[in-house]
Design a binder for this molecule. Structure first.
Ligand code: ATP
Ligand code: MG
Ligand code: FE
Length: 348
């Protein structure tokens, strides 16, 4: 039956229902809702973990009801439940985990904890004409920048990672140092559209040597120096934003082409918040048309965090027979000598 998916790893509460029985992945998404806490955190210039947890508590159950109503389903119609089990903010994760595991227990449904980045990685499968493994995945979000070889769904090999800032983090921090409003990434990308090409030029970090790792923190420093030395006009700000975006997009494109060449794959999947960047989407599509690979992206709203990707990833894993036991664990027989050492000295 349909699978309820819940995302609460950071600052968006996402809920969706995915039915694996409805043909392809694109047709299986029955409903999805999202509440973003961005406005609440904007006052602080970043996500405040404790406020995030409390807001998930307030929003999650109303969203679950709304999503069920959208799909025309009742809880009794569900065949399974999924939630983001990590990585993310622990308090925020616990809200989704607790709510979903309670539902599973009450309704006697199989439950599964989903890896947030597998969710992002599978999001392009929700689009028509979905990618098929083997493929290379570029995951570029607020906390990650990774290139992954996907031999099959669930068989992931890390090809490259960031040595410092994630791509989204680089966008956000660079935006902040030029006083752009929170959240910086989308604001900087919007401003870049008004920037004139060729006014500034920043490095394409780590593209002059072999390898698939990234490093973006130096770019931030280059921007800071250029900004401080400039006339700080609005046009200059846009010009710098443009040059920064071009540097990141070029770097990501070069590494994607390298990863495709190294693996022999001809399909590229891009996911995570930075996947919403229009210049990145256009440049990778163009490179693909030129070099014979196809780039797949999620629709814009499924690049950043959402419940749909968790419902899909959960449904695929439940379908494969994986699930967590709904039981509360007590042990009638339990060997005392089997306990793991505590590692804490006894007081006194
Ligand atoms: P993670 O998934 O690694 O835990 P996250 O969930 O916070 O991190 P996402 O929600 O996938 O990250 O993406 C948010 C990031 O995407 C932010 O850093 C944001 O600035 C960036 N981002 C969103 N839209 C754009 C855009 N159009 N151009 C560039 N960056 C963008
Ligand atoms: Mg977010
Ligand atoms: Fe995310």
């Amino acid at each position: 039956g349909p699978v309820l998916g819940v995302e609460t790893s950071c600052d968006e509460t996402g809920v969706a229902i995915f039915d694996p029985a409805r043909g392809d992945a694109a047709g299986g998404l029955l409903a999805h809702t999202l509440y973003s806490q961005i406005r609440m955190h904007a006052d602080y210039g970043g996500v405040v973990p404790e406020l995030a947890s409390r807001d998930h508590v307030r929003k999650l159950l109303p969203l679950v009801r709304e999503t069920l109503a959208q799909a025309g389903l009742r809880v009794a119609d569900l065949g399974g439940v999924a939630y983001t089990a990590g990585p993310g903010l622990v308090g925020a994760l616990l809200v989704g985990a607790t709510a979903v595991r309670s539902l599973a227990w009450a309704l006697e449904l199989p439950a599964i904890g989903v890896h947030h980045m597998e969710g992002h990685l599978l999001a392009p499968l929700l689009e028509p004409d979905p990618p098929e493994p083997p493929f290379v995945a570029l995951l570029v979000s607020g906390g990650h920048s990774m290139l992954i070889e996907v031999a099959a769904i669930g068989r992931y090999t890390l090809l490259g990672d960031t040595l410092d800032d994630a791509a989204g983090e680089a966008f956000d921090k660079t935006a902040k140092l030029m006083d752009l409003p929170y959240p910086g990434g989308p604001a900087l990308a919007k401003l870049a559209e008004q920037g004139r090409p060729g006014t500034f030029r920043f490095a394409r970090p780590m593209t002059d040597r072999p390898g698939l790792d990234f490093s973006f923190s130096g770019l931030k420093t280059q921007v800071l120096l250029a900004w401080q030395a400039s006339d700080r006009s609005n046009q200059t700000k846009a010009d710098i934003a443009r040059a920064f975006e071009e540097a990141i997009v070029d770097t990501l494109t070069i590494k994607c082409r390298r990863a495709l060449a190294a693996t022999g794959a001809r399909t590229l999947v891009v996911a995570g918040g930075v996947g919403a960047n229009r210049r990145l989407r256009a440049q990778l599509a163009e490179a693909g048309a030129r070099e014979g690979f196809r780039a797949h992206f999620p629709r814009l709203e499924f690049c950043t965090d959402n419940g749909a990707m968790i419902a899909l990833a959960g449904a695929l894993r439940l379908q494969a027979g994986e699930h967590e036991t709904p039981a509360i664990l007590v042990r009638p027989r339990w060997d005392l000598a089997s306990l793991p050492p505590l590692g804490v000295p006894i007081a006194g």
